[in-house]
Design a protein around this ligand. Structure first.
Ligand SMILES: *Cc1c(COP(=O)(O)O)cnc(C)c1O
Length: 386
């Protein structure tokens, strides 16, 4: 692919899919290569660099090179899902290695880390990642190999100070990986704050249309650990199909517009419901009284994201839960569905989905704000709250 101008701004690189023009046809849109296999040279070599799609496919390049530029990293890989990217990272470690992960984080990954990861041989400590003293106390020099951060973190949208955690982790010889799915490279670039790896569920904002399952990893440097992960992806077969990879780069062309609109609308919705009598608390890092607002202002630029949660008022915990479930049942515009980061707004009562073991408050509704007119979104919630 033709090299893009080094000084183009991230939004320009995204809008133009790196500005590439196909060398043979002059097509301004990157091609799809559906081939699973590529012809060998007469001496059985693969001088084109491509052999079999489980190893790599040229269609992946457009999305991977863009992710590397947007995150300010050295290299990126896309995966079949966010979970494939995350599990690949953890299985790049060795049995007996210790990892520190947040108590409150994306549910499916917490389930893997507190189940199969232990059978596999990892030692896992869950900490409150916003409590630096707790992180420091959990670090075991030379044994802790990875600290996993999710920020803003599901579903209370607490913000972790990436630079502060990275300093502690690096002093103890551990890497730092950040699940930056909800921040997106539009609002936060973890590598600039000291992260070694950035992971995304590309299913969410990066693709943005709720029609592709994909994940990504970006590394700050091409070291031995990254080489190991590059070998692991084909070994576990965690690659996307070429069509998904193509749709992902297509979705990323509008990433900046979508994330800015979602952030603006989420801020408007958060401010609107902050003093609402039916709402006990609005959880949104953009609100001045959010416990991590100061860190969020330092670490995020141009907005605080499209995710927020509402805790519903009730005379008891039971009352708050009933109010939340009833509200989700009554909305008409918001869609009752899991996932996030699409152009359409979603609402979910997380506690009933996660079950009795879940640490999520029962009176909480998680909102993923899309790009609809925010006045329609507010009116629909208002009508559902009575
Ligand atoms: C959805 C999600 C994941 C998992 O990604 P999949 O693409 O569903 O595998 C991981 N982290 C966060 C924050 C997510 O929202």
């Amino acid at each position: 692919m033709k090299q893009p101008k080094a000084d183009w701004m991230p939004a320009t690189l995204a809008a133009q899919a790196m500005g590439s023009v196909d060398a043979t046809t002059r097509a301004i849109i990157p091609p799809i290569h559906p081939a699973t296999t590529f012809q060998r040279d007469s001496d059985n070599q693969y001088r084109s660099g491509w052999s079999y799609t489980r190893y790599d496919n040229p269609t992946y390049q457009a999305a991977e090179e863009l992710m590397t530029r947007l995150e300010g990293g050295a290299d990126s890989m896309i995966f079949s899902s966010g979970m494939a990217a995350a599990v690949c990272t953890f299985t790049g470690l060795k049995p007996g290695d210790h990892v520190i992960v947040p108590q409150l984080m994306y549910w499916a990954l917490r389930n893997w880390l507190t189940g199969p990861a232990l059978d596999w041989g990892l030692e896992v400590t869950l900490v409150d990642m916003t409590d630096l003293a707790a992180v420091d106390a959990a670090l075991q020099p030379n044994k802790t190999k990875l600290v996993w951060i999710e920020t803003p973190a599901n579903p209370l949208w607490r913000i972790t100070d990436i630079a502060a955690v990275a300093k502690l982790a690096h002093e103890a010889g551990a890497r730092v990986a950040v699940d930056s799915t909800c921040a997106t490279p539009v609002l936060s670039r973890p590598i600039e704050h000291g992260a070694d790896l950035v992971m995304h569920s590309a299913t969410k904002y990066l693709n943005g249309h709720s029609d592709v399952l994909a994940g990504s990893l970006t590394t700050a440097r091409c070291d031995g650990f990254w080489e190991k992960l590059k070998n692991l992806r084909p070994q576990i077969g965690g690659v996307p199909g070429p069509f998904e990879a193509w749709l992902l780069q297509r979705g990323m062309r509008t990433l900046f517009l979508r994330v800015r609109q979602a952030s603006q609308s989420a801020a408007q919705i958060a401010a609107h419901f902050a003093e609402h009598p039916a709402i006990a608390e609005v959880l949104y890092p953009g609100l001045p009284d959010h416990p991590d607002h100061a860190i969020a202002r330092r670490q995020m630029q141009g907005g605080f994201g499209g995710m927020l949660s509402l805790r519903l008022a009730g005379s008891s915990a039971e009352g708050g839960m009933k109010a939340a479930v009833d509200c989700a049942a009554r909305v008409k515009l918001w869609k009752r569905a899991t996932s996030l980061g699409g152009v359409e707004s979603l609402i979910e009562h997380r506690a009933s989905i996660e079950g009795p073991q879940s640490p999520v408050p029962r009176d909480l509704l998680r909102l993923s704000v899309g790009i609809e007119d925010p006045d329609d979104l507010i009116a629909d919630l208002e009508a559902a709250l009575v």
